[in-house]
Write a protein of this length. Structure first.
Length: 204
């Protein structure tokens, strides 16, 4: 009896240690990402960041990392954690690319403000879903549709005829984000399927 409790305690401690190591590795990776622009500035003139750039980028990394930490503490489901990670990574890259160079044209192109609506769809959907996997899957699917709609509107508006954008660039960049959001939705659905049998077992 005592041996069983000891084994369970050891397994729990081992799991907690493993999660701590993953969190430390994630934050170390975030710090490395923050240092990359500084290193790039030493070897090329194409990267020229000031203090404000590093402050904004650092704040975004802390926000993204904090959001993932919060989600990771809510559940031990691997698919759910992966889904959150993919969604946060997609949102992070979308925001940073818009701030840095713009998704369509340059960062001053007004059509890029539409991507704020894409993120709003995901955030509002998550609030409505209360972060439950079934609802989150629908929210991320809706986010992917919103992303695709921005690309469609850009093409209808003739942005591909401008010197700074082409059909392939608009389709490829937006397709990349659509794929990430759909991937996150699929992982949330997987998490929901894994959760349902567990809930059914408890009810029995």
């Amino acid at each position: 009896m005592h041996d069983g409790k000891a084994m369970a305690g050891n397994a729990e401690n081992h799991g907690g240690l493993g999660r701590s190591r993953w969190r430390i590795a994630a934050w170390a990776f975030a710090a490395l990402i923050l240092l990359l622009p500084l290193l790039a500035m030493q070897v090329t003139d194409q990267v020229d960041w000031d203090v404000a750039d590093f402050a904004i980028f650092g704040a975004m990394l802390v926000g993204a990392g904090g959001a993932y930490e919060l989600a990771a503490r809510m559940t031990g489901n691997g698919a759910y954690r992966a889904a959150v990670g993919v969604a946060i990574a997609a949102a992070f890259i979308l925001v940073w690319m818009n701030l840095a160079v713009g998704i369509i044209g340059n960062e001053d192109n007004p059509i890029n403000f539409m991507y704020g609506g894409v993120l709003a769809v995901g955030i509002i959907g998550a609030i409505i879903a209360r972060c439950q996997p079934h609802g989150m899957a629908r929210a991320l699917f809706a986010t992917a549709i919103a992303q695709a709609l921005v690309a469609a509107i850009a093409l209808i508006a003739g942005m591909q005829h401008a010197s700074y954008s082409s059909v392939s660039e608009i389709v490829a960049l937006n397709g990349f984000f659509v794929a990430l959001f759909l991937g996150s939705a699929w992982l949330f659905r997987k998490a929901a399927r894994e959760q349902t049998p567990a809930g059914a077992g408890l009810e029995g």
